[in-house]
Design a protein around this ligand. Structure first.
Ligand code: KG4
Length: 338
């Protein structure tokens, strides 16, 4: 039997600097430094993000090695996020990974950030039972930048069968939250407030587009117009009805997401489902997917909350699969933003 592989994963695609050490797919450490600097701007400021990555990268990697009880010389490979993401942010993680691999003479593995989100279901957290989906499975990848339905046939064989034609689901959450005066990112705030509200209090428009594609721009506009009209009558409208607005908005987004997932299950016949990405932390979405799976004999994988947002454990697990195939990259490989 092969000796287990020790993989260091490095993630710096947006506003989280993260490093993780995995032994095969088991997490020994997963350190994430988030950047509070963006909060007052209501969104990620690319220049500030890359500067913060530069400050964080060395302490975050050192901490990941320390928590794992591993020395850099014991590693078998270094996996890093090559893209997509913010170029300045990616440059920091990419350059660091290359420098480390050169100095330690270790193989380097480039990882696609979206592929890593999909494969996050194979990350094994310590002392936690995990039932990853079997191939082929359908992955609903929902984050701040993406809303996709993907048929995953193997770790390196994926087909995007549907995606958003405008905003992503996370963007819809964040932009509507901003209009209500909630902090950035608004998704978790809406989720919390929605628990106390009436999901049937308001009706917002839902898209009617072909295939498995998504659209959230119409919903966003209809939400904005509802607020605009009501505020003319009552300046305290948002404050008075915030929980109902959040509950109705969340229910609409979840309904839009599940409708196409349901269609994909029915038409492909695939009954293995996985959620991934930041929005997969949403309690409404998790509840509806779980209920749908139970009623329809599907196996639904709902990720642990720590694996829903950007993290290096998912980069390392993708690196691990590529390591098994000896799928290494050259040090000259540049990062890509899209
Ligand atoms: O995957 P992710 O961490 O990174 C980006 O794609 O940027 O996703 C971030 C997104 C944000 O839009 C955030 O509002 C959303 O995930 N999000 C949520 C929840 N937690 C995070 N949306 C709804 N409900 C949540 N509980």
């Amino acid at each position: 039997m092969n000796k287990p592989a020790l993989i260091l994963g490095i993630e710096s695609s947006c506003d989280d600097t993260s490093a993780a050490v995995l032994q095969d797919n088991l997490v020994l450490s997963n350190v994430i430094a988030s950047q509070a600097v963006h909060e007052s701007y209501g969104g990620v400021v690319p220049e500030l993000a890359s500067r913060a990555h530069q400050q964080n990268i060395v302490p975050v990697v050192s901490e990941a090695l320390k928590r794992a009880g591993v020395e850099a010389k014991d590693l078998d490979a270094i996996a890093f996020t090559r893209g997509p993401g913010l170029l300045g942010s990616l440059m920091v993680g990419t350059s660091f990974a290359k420098g480390l691999s050169l100095s330690l003479n270790l193989p380097l593995i480039d990882v696609n950030h979206l592929q890593a989100h999909v494969l996050s279901c194979f990350v094994q957290l310590p002392n936690r039972e995990s039932h990853p989906p079997a191939f082929p499975f359908l992955c609903l990848l929902v984050s701040g930048g993406n809303s996709q339905i993907i048929v995953v046939k193997a770790y390196n064989d994926m087909e995007i069968i549907g995606q958003t034609i405008d905003d992503a689901a996370g963007e819809a959450f964040d932009k509507c939250a901003k209009v209500m005066g909630l902090p950035y990112p608004g998704g978790p705030h809406i989720d919390r407030l929605a628990q106390e509200g009436d999901a049937k209090a308001f009706r917002f428009s839902k898209p009617n587009i072909e295939g498995y594609n998504y659209s959230f721009s119409g919903l966003k506009t209809s939400f904005l117009y509802t607020l605009r009209d009501a505020l003319k009558e009552n300046p305290d409208f948002v404050e008075e009805r915030k929980a109902d607005l959040c509950a109705s908005l969340q229910a609409t987004i979840v309904e839009i997401l599940i409708k196409k997932l349901r269609k994909a299950v029915q038409e492909t016949g695939i009954k293995e489902i996985a959620l991934s990405g930041g929005v997969s932390a949403n309690s409404g979405l998790r509840g509806v997917v779980q209920e749908y799976a139970e009623k329809n004999g599907c196996n639904a994988y709902l990720p642990p909350l720590s694996l829903t947002t950007d993290n290096a454990a998912m980069i390392a697990v993708t690196g691990y699969f590529k390591y098994l195939d000896r799928d290494f990259c050259d040090i000259s490989l540049p990062p890509f933003s899209k």
